[in-house]
Design a protein around this ligand. Structure first.
Ligand code: DMJ
Length: 591
């Protein structure tokens, strides 16, 4: 049946081909075989095109789109222009300036607090997450940055500490998600980027073995905390017996890669089970509330947002699809389902300049116990990861060809891909707009103007967005801080790699200079600032570990050439640890 259809198609092609070449000179050519040879290259070209069209899925899709939509499809996607296109060559002086900043941060930590989980650059002290002792939060989170930046001496000292000092024999609860993304992810990345130093894999495996009992709940969703010495899952004090959605669903890249490296499927099976539970717990229209109940394996009525406790759920749906070399469609389907709902329910435009932002849905219960959802125009700094995520998904899940061009051509993307690309570019523009403050740094939380906010009368409220509760001369609200977060530079890095457009580097450089000016502590390290709209700034005595693992790494990569950690070969875990893309030997067992 198939064969005869193929033959029929082939015959049809020959007929059509003859029809095309048999124009007004048909009779001559039939009589003169040397005339046919003149058209031989053309025939070959058509035959090649036909073969590709028939037998190669992506080529066929591109060809159909090209044939059917030529003239209708815009040929130019937003987010780049020929006048600012520079390609993916390194900018060495700027890249070196980022490395110098990394050394300024790391050497101060090493001098004052080597081995402690966290660093306080103003008081020159370290501290641990629990009284039971540290688990290498800063050292392990930073070590792959040293490898990528070529900081050999620093790397060897950090490696030595991991070999001789790092201990997971700690009788205290540690956050399951944070331990996975920072420590397990850091060890796995160090293993890969050191060329397979077995020390890192050994420690990664030891840590994961201690963590496996977190999945021992009735549903398989993890406990939010883990006691590493007792090897027990623990409930978090503040969150009843729930786990946040992002925390449950942001363990999979790390556990899957560990299974791939060790040939032990237990790590992957436990983490994969979480995804199966999430899929069957789907709540219409595909958005995830930020808390789940591990006893019952269902969502708990709670806020829906792309910010804290929701963010990396969406990120890891896409990244699991990418990590598995786009062979596991279940993740693409789950991601596309969620992103459609985000477009339908969360994405909004600001009143005056039409900035694209994502709002939050807050559940409210009336006296009869019925729940309604209030749309709140609030966007966390964290949401800025989603701009890059959309650009990545447009060119990976939403592409019609295996390898899209740099910058991508409109016809290489599906309708969904083009939609996501456009939204990603618009959201990135919004994230940049929130850097329009006195320091040039964006606040932890931005609110956008809506007609009912009655803010017209408040002095000093900017046009389209504002920091809620901020008043000149008063103690700044929590929302006003910049805590060295990476999300905007993360998206700038992805946007640059996908377009080669200089403007993303320019924005990244402006952010880096603002960090240098306002967050750099002269005696060493970088500190959180408490109000992005108040100069001179006031420091808070904390340097988050993600400044070393994420913010400076993404900045470094933004100014590196396109062959340094190419997006075609690596997927970044949510803490910016680049893990290799591979075709997995263990297949996902649910659909
Ligand atoms: C990082 O620890 C991770 O990116 C996490 O997913 C949320 N964001 C922080 C940094 O802002």
């Amino acid at each position: 049946m198939q064969e005869s259809t193929a033959r029929k198609r082939k015959a049809g092609f020959q007929t059509q081909d003859n029809g095309i070449v048999d124009d007004g000179k048909q009779t001559d050519r039939r009589q003169n075989s040397s005339g046919i040879s003149k058209f031989f290259p053309l025939i070959l070209l058509f035959a090649a095109f036909y073969a590709l069209y028939q037998y190669s899925g992506p080529t066929r899709r591109v060809a159909s789109r090209w044939l059917s939509q030529e003239g209708k499809t815009p040929r130019h996607l937003p987010g780049w222009s020929t006048s600012t296109y520079i390609g993916l060559e390194a900018d060495t002086p700027k890249r070196d300036a980022i490395v110098e900043a990394f050394r300024h941060a790391w050497l101060a930590y090493e001098r004052d607090a080597m081995g402690d989980d966290e660093y306080h650059p103003v008081s020159h002290k370290g501290s641990n997450l629990t009284e039971a002792g540290g688990i290498g939060y800063t050292v392990v989170d930073s070590i792959d940055s040293m490898l990528l930046m070529g900081l050999d001496a620093e790397y060897l000292r950090a490696r030595d500490w991991i070999e001789h000092q790092l201990s997971f024999e700690r009788d205290a609860p540690f956050n399951t998600f944070e331990t996975t993304i920072r420590v397990l992810g850091g060890l796995l990345s160090a293993y890969h980027h050191s060329g397979g130093d077995s020390l890192f894999l050994k420690r990664a495996r030891e840590l994961a073995d201690r963590m496996l009992p977190v999945f021992d709940t009735p549903s398989g969703l993890p406990h939010p905390m883990v006691n590493l010495q007792r090897r027990e899952g623990v409930w978090a004090k503040d969150d009843k017996e729930f786990v946040s959605t992002a925390e449950a669903s942001t363990l999979q890249l790390e556990f899957r890669y560990l299974s791939e490296l060790t040939d032990e499927d237990i790590y992957w099976r436990k983490a994969e089970r979480v995804m199966a539970v999430l899929k069957s717990a789907r709540q219409a229209p595909g958005l995830a509330s930020i808390f789940m109940d591990p006893r019952e394996g269902r969502f708990v009525t709670s806020a829906i947002r792309l910010g804290s406790r929701g963010d990396s759920y969406y990120e890891y749906l896409l990244k699991q699809f990418i990590q598995t070399d786009r062979t596991e469609d279940v993740y693409r389907e789950m991601y596309e389902d969620a992103v459609q709902a985000i477009h339908d329910h969360l994405i909004q435009k600001s009143l005056q300049t039409g900035l694209t932002y994502t709002a939050e849905l807050i559940p409210e219960r009336n006296p009869r116990g019925e729940i309604s959802w209030r749309l709140t125009p609030k966007q966390d700094f964290l949401v800025c990861f989603f701009a890059g995520n959309l650009l990545l998904s447009a060119t990976r899940a939403g592409s019609l060809v295996d390898d899209v061009s740099v910058p991508p051509r409109a016809e290489e993307l599906s309708d969904v891909g083009r939609r996501d690309w456009t939204t990603g570019i618009e959201l990135l523009r919004t994230c940049m707009a929130t850097h329009d403050t006195k320091t040039g740094l964006a606040p932890e939380i931005a609110h956008f103007r809506i007609p009912s906010d009655n803010l017209e009368v408040v002095q000093g409220v900017p046009g389209d967005w504002y920091i809620k509760g901020a008043r000149v001369g008063e103690h700044p609200p929590y929302d006003a801080r910049y805590m060295l977060r990476p999300e905007t530079v993360e998206s700038l890095f992805i946007a640059f790699r996908l377009t080669g457009d200089k403007r993303y580097r320019d924005h990244g450089w402006a952010i880096f200079q603002a960090i240098e000016k306002h967050c750099r502590v002269p005696s060493g390290g970088y500190a959180t600032i408490v109000n992005v709209d108040d100069v001179p700034v006031q420091h808070e005595d904390k340097m988050e570990t993600f400044f070393l693992s994420e913010t400076l790494k993404y900045l470094f990569l933004l100014f590196s050439d396109g062959d340094t950690i190419p997006l075609s070969k690596y997927v970044f875990n949510t803490e910016a640890h680049p893990l290799p893309i591979f075709t997995p030997s263990i297949r996902t067992g649910f659909t």
